[in-house]
Write a new protein. Structure first.
Length: 225
């Protein structure tokens, strides 16, 4: 009976948290209260799903960042190395923020996230090849994005009885979302056109210009509005 009860909480909770993530966080404490009625395993899988949802479909800025990493060198190995550096970095700051060791301000973090996307997109446009220094840059940007993840997760809250486990599973869900984006980009772009001579002129640069325009607009909005 307990297992059935846990499963019956899942879908309504996902819908409720999805709405909170997308629109307003005012009733986050209600969701956490409901999570306390679930087993640790059920709550962990719920936070895994929430981490994935935070990237696909809700994390449009993070999607653009990961796509920008892919565009310069559309091969799995280099982009997975960058994604690994990004994951390690955002895991550090997400954990530090959720344990209240650091206290990021959204008014600073959100413009920096937009600027990180703008930087990578511009590098794609002006750099003809992937440079070794990019992994270090991606790591630094990952620290910033982790603070953004912490802001969203902080609005939702974590169940006290399974705080660390839920945090780890949320982060794992984020990573699954990122890997999904990378694999889809490879299947759509990299596999068929990544090695062609005109890939950079016809795909990488035009898409990076679009990303740069969006990120530039976000930067202005997040600083001044």
């Amino acid at each position: 009976m307990k297992k059935a009860n846990n499963s019956c909480y899942g879908k309504p909770l996902i819908i409720g948290v999805f709405a909170i993530l997308a629109f307003q966080p005012a009733s986050a404490h209600v969701i956490v209260g409901e999570l306390e009625k679930m087993s640790k395993t059920a709550a962990a899988f719920l936070y895994l799903k929430l981490g994935f949802l935070h990237i696909i479909p809700l994390g449009f800025d993070h999607i653009l960042f990961v796509l920008s990493l892919f565009l310069l060198s559309p091969k799995l190995k280099p982009v997975l190395w960058q994604a690994t550096a990004f994951t390690v970095a955002h895991s550090v700051t997400l954990g530090l923020a959720m344990y209240h060791i650091i206290n990021p301000r959204a008014g600073i973090v959100e413009p920096l996230i937009a600027l990180s996307i703008l930087y990578v997109a511009l590098e794609n446009i002006f750099s003809p090849r992937l440079r070794p220094s990019r992994i270090g840059i991606v790591f630094l940007f990952g620290l910033v994005h982790g603070l953004g993840f912490a802001g969203s997760l902080g609005q939702l809250g974590l169940p006290p009885k399974s705080y660390l486990l839920s945090l780890v599973m949320f982060n794992a869900g984020v990573e699954l979302g990122q890997i999904t984006i990378i694999l889809l980009a490879f299947l759509v772009l990299g596999k068929w056109s990544g090695n062609k001579p005109l890939y950079r002129q016809r795909i990488a640069i035009p898409l990076s210009v679009l990303v740069a325009l969006v990120a530039g607009l976000w930067t202005v909005q997040r600083i001044f509005f």
